[in-house]
Design a protein around this ligand. Structure first.
Ligand SMILES: Nc1nc2c(c(=O)[nH]1)N[C@H]1C(S)=C(S)[C@@H](COP(=O)(O)O)O[C@H]1N2
Ligand SMILES: [Mo]
Length: 320
């Protein structure tokens, strides 16, 4: 299907082949990346603009979002080399290493279930659904680390409107891509794939809920969920499902990967909540990647003004 409006760039325009595969190697060859994390973090300060342009193509004309935080953005090197993407291995360094050859060309996202207009979207079509914005969000992993990321995308509600959910649609189920040949490390991850997630309908259409196609002004690196993922900034990071292939509107609450794996540790809602500890650790504080001292974790990750009203009357200790 073809959807009108917005930027007339194709996904191929913004994703030159193997950009991310080559970027680090290229900079290494130029002698720009030194050994160790400290040097790695300085990658963009040291790379001249022309060198950076050679290594990656950027989105242009991104709309600045009023939802953005003004906090310091976490260095690109940290956000792209400290990842959870269990399909590519469970160590934080695994996804950057193992996802380099992940083939995301000819990507299709299928939207189905209780909708008047079931649809399949190519990446080109997704990019044209709505003007692309830059949203600088806090991201709080359930493991008590956090990052601040300039994501590229638009409110998921833009897609929802287009497919016209029927009154039966009370929840949205999300599913990641999975292929054991492309993701051989997934076999030892200890969780079942494909990775699945879900949101209540009101959560899904909250303006903060982002359909995300990029970060730092560029298309998503494979390890961060290329070519398209969700970002739900008031919930623990595992709700922000990567490499999305299926979206299903339904009447029943969908199963979620971490709830299936450990129901006493991970609930459906998973709102960031410093007052409800994980059974095995405190959620009161968090470590921002690149910083030494921990900081207090904020209720709803600091997004309470926009989201708290969706949970009035709900016992957030019970519905964790
Ligand atoms: N398909 C899939 N999506 C996933 C995960 C995963 O293992 N597989 N990990 C989640 C977790 S626990 C976090 S914290 C975020 C991490 O996103 P980032 O690596 O881009 O920071 O992705 C989430 N989405
Ligand atoms: Mo996480």
């Amino acid at each position: 299907m073809l959807i009108g409006r917005a930027a007339d760039l194709t996904y191929a325009d913004v994703t030159p082949k193997a950009v991310y595969l080559n970027r680090r190697k290229f900079l290494q060859a130029m002698g720009i990346v030194g050994a160790g994390v400290a040097a790695g973090r300085r990658i963009f300060e040291l790379a001249s603009p022309s060198q950076r342009a050679l290594a990656a193509t950027k989105f242009s004309g991104l709309v600045k979002s009023p939802f953005s935080t003004t906090e310091k953005i976490t260095p690109y090197e940290d956000v792209t080399h400290y990842n959870n993407f269990y399909e590519f291995g469970t160590d934080k360094a695994d996804p950057a290493r193992n996802a380099q050859k992940f083939d995301t060309s000819n990507w299709v996202v299928s939207v189905e279930g209780d909708v008047a207009k079931p649809s399949k979207f190519t990446m080109d079509e997704i990019l044209k659904l709505a003007p692309l914005e830059e949203r600088i969000y806090r991201h709080r992993c359930v493991e008590a680390w956090s990052i601040v990321v300039p994501w590229t995308g638009f409110s998921f509600s833009n897609l929802v409107k287009l497919v016209e959910p029927t009154p039966k649609a009370k929840f949205v189920a999300f599913q990641s891509y999975y292929n054991s040949r492309q993701m051989p490390q997934g076999r030892w991850a200890g969780i079942d794939f494909p990775y699945v997630e879900g949101l209540r309908m009101d959560e899904a259409i909250n303006p903060l809920t982002l359909l995300c196609v990029g970060m730092y002004g560029e298309s998503l690196p494979n390890q961060d969920g290329a070519p398209v993922r969700m970002v739900i900034p008031w919930k623990y990071g595992f709700k922000s499902i990567k490499s999305l292939v299926k979206i299903k509107f339904q009447s029943k609450m969908p199963p979620t990967t971490w709830n299936l794996a450990a129901p006493n540790e991970y609930g459906f809602y998973s709102n960031v909540n410093p007052n409800v500890d994980h059974p095995r650790w405190s959620q009161a504080r968090e470590r921002r990647l690149g910083e030494i001292f921990k900081r207090p974790t904020l209720m709803f990750n600091g997004y309470g003004d926009q989201v708290a009203s969706m949970y009035t009357g709900m016992d957030l200790k019970k519905y964790y």
